[in-house]
Write a protein that binds this ligand. Structure first.
Ligand code: 5AD
Ligand code: SF4
Length: 482
């Protein structure tokens, strides 16, 4: 991916095909991170038991839910535009109800009801189990709000309904919330404190996915490396755990091993990693199990020590580079991607050049790059002036994106002539005669379909590339099938 990804640009309508009596139609749109898409599958599951069938047609919806993102101002502006569209539809269907879920719901709370008259219901990320009650409230004509954040809720007991799925890869959430307090970030406020999900329920979900034909899972969390199960409760309360709880605790390396062993042919991915929490034990575990993919999304945000400190990132440029070097020593072929923010408060040209030089050192496979957007309530908004002019932010962002494109091409060219195992996910967007899949390192590969099918692991010899895609021809099914 060598362009700016703005999570809010594409919402996607999700379809659930169940046949229930007494059914009402639910239309649900999701914006933001993978966690939000995963949450929508939990919401669909909770509402399926209430007799809701999902539809991809807004016009036939009885209940419209929008699962929102607050990470940048633009994400919120786009949701508000969608609410205007819902308003237009509601004029022709007065009984239609509209609920706002997710991070915007948590950030703005009942203020949303005042600002957006179309909204009947506001539900934060930890309150989805209350949806049946809240829907009864709005059915009776009252507005409903639940934005209580939880210390325990992980939805570990809910079997998500897979929505818009390719039937091959699925998300499995393992932690919720974040305790890191990066000064630019709204997430600790919208998703609360960090807590981990019971490993047994995670492994059960992975086993069920395998039986249903899934061949790849991505373990999801705002900070997966910080995963720690000691019987439930907040990560920050681990010190108070009993000796037995501590002796039987499972950390992220332990969870990865459990997952890899319980389904040895299932590809295991994870996202997102935080430099200060990622241990070499995790990297060694990745190297030990062939089915754990050689790919790490390792946001750096900036290459300048001064800015990293102002961001409260808790690692230096040198520590980050040492971690990268260690990863490359243990797993030479590991794909590595970044998140970078351009124009954080007080960022100078020198700071910006530090970011470019760090990129030159790492040569990331791809990245997600953003201009700084001040978020109300965050430490940066309270303490630091948003003083880098917009045109400077944009110019620096463009330089970062251009450099990333160059590095992406450098990385994809290294594949030329090699044979890579690819898991087929579906047809190529550009050609129905070609399959699209990914390498272990998460690089997209496109090749002629021949007799292969979705879900096959295929060995593909790479003959051409762009900065974002490898092109090649299959040479046969890989050993991983069957
Ligand atoms: N402005 C711009 N980008 C941000 N991100 C998080 N908060 C902000 C913000 N206020 C980016 C970070 C993070 C990614 C998910 O979004 O790079 O890793
Ligand atoms: Fe957006 Fe962050 Fe919330 Fe995900 S956790 S939806 S990225 S604000």
């Amino acid at each position: 991916m060598d362009k700016v990804i703005d999570e809010n640009v594409q919402g996607s309508a999700l379809i659930l095909d169940t046949s229930q009596e007494n059914n009402r139609k639910l239309y649900i749109e999701s914006y933001g991170c993978q966690m939000n898409f995963s949450d929508s599958e939990i919401v669909a599951s909770i509402l399926a038991t209430e007799g809701f069938n999902t539809t991809d047609r807004l016009e036939e919806a009885d209940l419209v839910l929008v699962n929102t993102c607050s990470i940048r101002e633009k994400a919120e502006t786009n949701v508000r535009k969608r609410l205007e569209k819902f308003n237009a539809v509601k004029k022709t269907k007065p009984h239609m109800k509209v609920g706002v879920l997710g991070c915007m719901a948590e950030r703005l709370k009942s203020q949303l009801l005042e600002e957006e008259k179309i909204v009947d219901m506001v539900v934060g990320p930890d309150a989805y189990k209350d949806l049946p009650n809240l829907i009864r409230e709005i059915d009776e004509g009252r507005n409903a709000v639940n934005v209580i954040l939880s210390k325990e809720e992980t939805y570990g007991d809910i079997a998500p309904v897979r929505l818009n799925s390719n039937g091959v890869s699925a998300f499995v959430s393992i932690t919720r919330g974040c305790d890191n307090m990066c000064t630019f970030c709204v997430v600790p406020f919208t998703r609360g404190r960090e807590r981990s999900r019971d490993p047994q329920s995670i492994i059960k979900e992975i086993n069920e996915l395998w039986q249903q034909g899934y061949r790849e899972v991505t373990l999801l969390g705002q900070n997966v490396d910080s995963y720690l199960w000691y019987g439930g409760g907040l990560k920050k309360d681990y010190d108070k755990a009993s000796e037995i709880q501590k002796a039987t605790a499972v950390d992220f390396a332990g969870l990865l091993s459990l997952a890899a062993r319980s389904q040895p042919k299932m590809r295991i991915r994870f996202s997102t990693s935080n430099p200060q929490d990622m241990t070499l034990e995790v990297v060694k575990t990745m190297a030990k199990y062939q089915n754990i993919c050689n790919y790490i999304h390792l946001p750096v945000q900036s290459g300048s020590d001064r800015i990293l400190k102002a961001m409260n990132r808790l690692h230096t440029r040198k520590e980050y580079m040492t971690l990268i070097d260690d990863i490359r020593t243990i797993i030479p072929e590991c794909g590595i991607s970044q998140d970078i923010i351009a124009g954080f408060p007080s960022e100078t040209e020198e700071d910006h050049r530090d970011t470019l030089s760090l990129m030159d050192h790492v040569k990331y496979d791809f990245g997600f790059m953003f201009a700084y957007s001040e978020r109300p309530g965050t430490m940066a908004a309270r303490k630091l002036a948003d003083d880098v002019p917009d045109e400077v932010k944009k110019r620096r962002l463009t330089e970062i994106i251009d450099l990333q494109r160059k590095h992406s091409l450098y990385r994809t060219k290294k594949y030329l002539g090699k044979t890579e195992e690819v898991l087929i996910e579906g047809s190529s967007k550009k050609s129905d005669a070609h399959w699209m899949g990914r390498t272990s390192a998460n690089t997209v590969v496109v090749f002629p379909k021949e007799d292969y099918k979705v879900g096959d692991f295929v060995d593909v010899t790479i003959s051409d590339c762009t900065s974002a895609t490898l092109l090649g021809n299959a040479v046969g099914l890989s050993e991983n099938n069957g």
